[in-house]
Design a protein around this ligand. Structure first.
Ligand SMILES: Nc1ncnc2c1ncn2[C@@H]1O[C@H](COP(=O)(O)OP(=O)(O)OP(=O)(O)O)[C@@H](O)[C@H]1O
Ligand SMILES: [Mg+2]
Length: 545
């Protein structure tokens, strides 16, 4: 294979237009039936820049970028490409210009292999026969060129969310790409995976590619982006150089007001133990895990990719089989064979994999109440009025942005669908609520709202056990924090003992120096170029937990 084959996926742009705009949008509007998604979307993108697109859930970000790839059509406004007005009516039009979008929602086909997914729609055939071996070679070289390590023959369904994300990016980067748009690519990624993704994004930028980067994580804006544009209620509020703005400024632009986004955590935990886990082992990779959780407590779970945090949550909920060990709920032994068993004993789960949780063609109301039928209908008859009231209450509590709770949920923005999934379990009032990275994809204002909801729940005695891919968030909301490492508990920290350094030490102590998982981003590092920091080898303090 020649060197140029190897480079297939590292897509070079032709000579950048000097200082000129690659793309500029002005006055873009778009309504869906009665719903106005965009009123005046305007911004421009220059070659070789990473341009952040920010805004609250439902602000119109995804709509705007879908218009750029021909997935939706604008009602009015102008799109210019290298200065000339263009019409982008289809994916093919966008492809020809060199525009690619990595969607907010993953589009991986689980039943196909990684290799097939990568060449999907671009298979080459000879005499009507698709040459799979050739496709596999192409897939291999595109992954290699991007430095992405995935098993080409693995079924895509067996990949982790983070890996599917990389697969999507690799797929988008085929052919000649001048503008890569990524719609919340980091929403489901942990710190170290985010670090790797951002490194890739920087590399592409340095080759001259323009990148539009949608995110709800402000630290990423300061980490990699050059400019930022903020949308609010379908209008562009403004664009700024990242170096000339700060988080408070951006939040104010997003929500139209300033607020103190500090969390003032109050302990709500009582002495009553509601959940005891003793020497839990599961084939999914959980070894000898023991801990207890109290009424009203927020118990955080942190761990790097592969540490078993999702696996632990799933095992507790009866979603994966438990090998050995004991679980006691409210003093009574529990052996959950299915999520239903867990639910009947008062556990609820907001899962990591949102896609499988949303029933796209059902209404927002039904999505909110679908797990509460047994409560609403003790005798098998669901009282519609009551069901509707419950849905409306949840929608109000979470400020779900929808025309009404009767619209099908696929019409909602990604973050608002996410809120509905959280609402489904809040609706049940489960005394023990397990949540796997619940805030990924929800905006800064909604996050603050969510912390308030957690505080309300714990005040009423609910126990919350949650993971997060954002360590600062866990440090802020947890009474205690379980740190997992390779499926085992590396330490359990009381609030007074929690710090970023200590948690990371515990999470990484056993990893060998060369292990890529040792490279993590520290969100507070001042120097934007020093974000991929290698944390020094473990020290004795780590044993204290
Ligand atoms: N196909 C559709 N039909 C009806 N309404 C839609 C459709 N797609 C989006 N909307 C509405 O348009 C508005 C903007 O949605 P959009 O998905 O662009 O938001 P977003 O900024 O990407 O939000 P998020 O951060 O939650 O992803 C929302 O009110 C949404 O409900
Ligand atoms: Mg979106």
């Amino acid at each position: 294979m020649s060197a140029s084959d190897d480079r297939e996926a590292v897509v070079m742009t032709s000579a950048p237009v000097a200082m000129g705009e690659l793309l500029s949008l002005s006055g873009i509007s778009k309504s869906y039936g009665g719903v106005t998604a965009l009123v005046d979307g305007s911004f421009d993108v220059r070659p070789g820049e990473i341009h952040a697109l920010l805004g609250e859930n439902g602000a119109g970000k995804s709509t705007l970028v879908k218009i750029l790839v021909g997935a939706h059509h604008r009602d009015s406004g102008t799109i210019r490409w290298r200065g000339d007005p263009v019409e982008i009516r289809s994916f093919a039009d966008a492809e020809r210009l060199g525009i690619r979008l990595v969607y907010q929602k993953l589009n991986v086909i689980d039943d196909l292999t990684v290799a097939r997914n990568l060449i999907l729609g671009r298979e080459r055939s000879r005499a009507g026969i698709i040459d799979l071996a050739e496709g596999r070679r192409r897939a291999a070289s595109s992954l290699a060129a991007l430095g992405i390590d995935l098993d080409l023959d693995a079924r895509a369904g067996s990949l982790r969310v983070a890996e599917k994300q990389l697969l999507e990016i690799a797929r988008a980067l085929s052919g000649e790409v001048h503008l890569l748009i990524m719609d919340e690519p980091t929403a489901s990624l942990g710190d170290q995976e985010v670090g790797r993704l951002l490194a890739l994004v920087r590399r592409l930028r340095d080759q001259g590619m323009a990148i539009v980067f949608i995110t709800h994580k402000l630290e990423e804006v300061f980490d990699v982006c050059d400019r930022v544009t903020v949308l609010r209620d379908g209008r562009t509020v403004g664009s700024k150089m990242v170096a000339e703005t700060d988080a408070d400024d951006l939040i104010a632009m997003m929500v139209g007001r300033r607020f103190g986004h500090r969390i003032d955590k109050q302990p709500r935990s009582t002495d009553r133990v509601v959940l005891e886990v003793d020497s839990l082992c599961a084939d999914s990779g959980i070894t000898d895990v023991s801990f207890s959780a109290h009424e009203g407590e927020v118990l955080g779970i942190y761990g790097l990719l592969g540490s078993g945090r999702t696996e632990l949550i799933r095992a507790l909920f009866g979603a994966d089989p438990i090998g050995s060990g004991n679980v006691v709920v409210n003093g009574r032994p529990a052996r959950f064979r299915s999520p239903r068993d867990a639910r009947d004993r008062g556990l609820g789960l907001v899962p990591e994999d949102r896609a499988s949780g949303v029933f796209e063609y059902l209404s927002v109301a039904k999505n909110l109440t679908v797990s509460s039928d047994d409560i609403l209908a003790p005798r098998g008859w669901v009282r519609q009025g009551e069901s509707k009231r419950l849905a409306q209450r949840m929608s109000d509590t979470l400020r779900i942005r929808a025309k009404s709770v009767e619209v099908p949920i696929w019409q909602l923005s990604g973050g608002n669908q996410q809120k509905a999934l959280i609402g489904r379990w809040l609706a049940r009032d489960s005394p023990i609520l397990l949540m796997d990275d619940p805030t990924s994809g929800i905006d800064v204002g909604a996050k603050e709202e969510f912390y308030r909801i957690i505080d309300d729940l714990t005040t009423r005695g609910t126990t919350v056990i949650m993971t997060s891919s954002e360590l600062p968030e866990l440090l802020a909301v947890s009474d205690r924090l379980i740190v997992l490492r390779e499926g085992r508990i590396a330490g359990i920290l009381d609030r007074s003992m929690m710090s970023q350094e200590r948690v990371l030490q515990l999470a990484m102590t056993d990893l060998a120096d060369g292990d890529p998982r040792r490279t993590v981003r520290t969100p507070d590092a001042a120097d934007p170029d020093s974000r991929g920091v290698t944390v020094s080898a473990g020290n004795e303090e780590a044993d204290e937990g």
